[in-house]
Design a protein around this ligand. Sequence first.
Ligand code: SF4
Length: 214
Amino acid sequence: MKEKEIIEIYSTLRKKLKNKIPLAEQTNIKTKKPFFILIGTILSARTKDTTTKKVCDRLFKKIKNFKDLENIKQKDLEKLIYETGFYKTKAKHLKKLPKIIKEKYNNKIPQTLEELKTLPGVGRKTANLVLAVAFNIPAICVDTHVFRITNRIGIVEEKNVLNTEKKLTEKIPKKLWIETNKWFVILGQNICFARKPRCDVCPVEKYCEKVNVK
Ligand code: SF4
C-alpha cells in the first residue's frame, strides 16, 4: 500500500471515529499523568478493556503515585486489582516499581523503549504505548487490534507482532505513529471485530484488501 493511501486512511479514521475513545484510555485521558498511564497499561495485559477501566477507576482513587504504591500492602493491592488477569503477578510487579523508579531512574518514569522494558510487567507493547500516550514520543504499540487490522487492510503482510511493528514503522510516516494504536483499537472495538468484521459500515472499506476476511 502506498504512503498516500495510508495517510488517507488516517485522515478518514480521524474524521469518522473522532468521538470514540478506547475504553482503556478513558481513565488515562482524564488524568494524563504518566504514572496512571503506566499502571493502567500494565493492568490491561490479558484483561478486557471494560474490566481494566473498572479496576483503574477504583485503584486510582487510592493509589495516585509511587509513594502510595510503596505504602500499600501487597494483599490490599491484590484486592483492588483482583478482576484483572494474573492479578497476583501484576500486584507483585507493581509493588517492585517504586524502588526501581527511585533507585535506578531518579524518581522519574524512563522515556526510552529499552529502559521502560526493564520495569517489571512492562513488555514491548506496554513500553511503546507509554512512550506514545504518556510522553508523546513517536512509537507504535502493536496490540491485537493493530496487528489484526493493519494486516487485514494490507498496510503490512506479516505473521507476527514484532515484524508488524517493524514494517509499520517503515511504512507509516513518523508523525502518524503516536495515533496509530488509538485509531486501530477503536476500529477493532467497534467495527473490525476479530470474528465478524462489519465491513458494510467500515469507513475505510475502500482502501481495505480484506486479507483472510471471509
Ligand atoms: S473493510 Fe472490513 S476487514 Fe477491512 S478494516 Fe473495515 S471492517 Fe476490517
